[in-house]
Design a binder for this molecule. Structure first.
Ligand code: MG
Length: 310
């Protein structure tokens, strides 16, 4: 079988999933969510972002969340940081793993990050230099890697160039983000192959897929076939995008875990625990989440059957 035997899932729900939610979520509910995810078998959870609270009020309690979660050995707890100020906040909150993010297009970069692609690199050169001194692990995100809501087509060469530059700065892994779900399986596989050709190792490549237009799992399978063994996903499919209001957001962790496990690819993740976490978030937000696995399990009352075979 051409697929990796084991896949590592980076759960981004507490950060990427919640950041665009208008309903304020209490620190307590976030801590409960993260603690529940910590008992699901997930080994990497992105818990928050140390960004300007005026821009993302939902994550203004980043310090408090980091302080109150129960950190289990063997699990990586990370946070997004946009600059050296965010870096200081994250390390003061005793995080040892951070993520930096930049865009693959100038328009998205200026509108979303407030600076050019080059300006982002200048910021992250400072951040990664500090991280190297402090022994902090840095992961890189490339947003709109497979299509841009402003510019449309994104040249794969540019994505590869940006990703390689992030690895050159010391990022241990680069996650290619299909921020608005415009990617297709052929493009995903080709980009991964180009990145491998440029010298990136398998463990240095991750995919951050969205299901905005229903291609999330197909793109994941294409990436898997191309040798990718790390995927970002969000419980319940939490995390819409402001560019497509009402549409599905991040690839749902349950859907990804279900597909992989059924294929014989191990994730180490307990579906039932993730489902319970997703149901908890749905209650807090007072709305249904997009995950089809969650809907199917609820609708058919097949929970017990699922448990029995888990
Ligand atoms: Mg996302």
């Amino acid at each position: 079988m051409p697929y990796p035997e084991r896949v590592r899932i980076v759960e981004v729900g507490p950060r990427d999933g919640l950041q665009n939610e208008a309903t304020p979520i209490s620190t307590e509910a976030k801590v409960e969510l993260i603690d529940r995810l910590s008992s699901s078998g997930l080994t990497h959870i992105e818990v928050t972002a140390f960004v300007n609270p005026a821009r993302i009020p939902q994550l203004a309690d980043a310090e408090e969340v980091c302080k109150r979660i129960d950190r289990r050995p063997g699990i990586t707890y990370s946070a997004l940081v946009p600059n050296t100020k965010g870096y200081e906040r994250a390390t003061n909150a005793h995080l040892r793993d951070i993520a930096v993010f930049l865009s693959a297009t100038e328009t998205h970069s200026r509108r979303n990050i407030g600076t050019s692609i080059e300006g982002s690199f200048e910021r992250y050169e400072q951040v990664t230099a500090l991280a190297a001194e402090d022994g902090i692990s840095v992961r890189g995100y490339v947003s709109v890697a497979f299509g841009c809501p402003y510019e449309g087509f994104v040249p794969q060469e540019r994505v590869v160039q940006i990703a390689m530059r992030l690895l050159g700065l010391g990022c241990y892994q680069v996650s290619l983000g299909d921020t608005t779900g415009l990617g297709n399986p052929v493009q995903v596989a080709e980009t991964v192959e180009m990145l491998r050709g440029a010298g990136a190792r398998e463990e240095q490549i991750a995919l951050h897929l969205h299901d905005t237009r229903g291609t999330g799992l197909a793109n994941a399978l294409a990436g898997l076939s191309a040798g990718v063994s790390t995927f970002d996903s969000s419980l319940g499919g939490l995390g819409g995008t402001p560019y497509a209001p009402g549409a599905n957001g991040n690839l749902a962790t349950e859907e990804l875990v279900f597909m992989l496990e059924e294929m014989g690819v191990s994730t180490g993740v307990d579906l039932e625990t993730v489902l319970q976490a997703a149901e908890g978030v749905a209650r807090v937000l007072g709305k249904e989440l997009p995950s089809r696995y969650l809907k199917a399990t609820r609708a058919t009352g097949a929970r017990e059957a699922g448990e029995a075979s888990a």
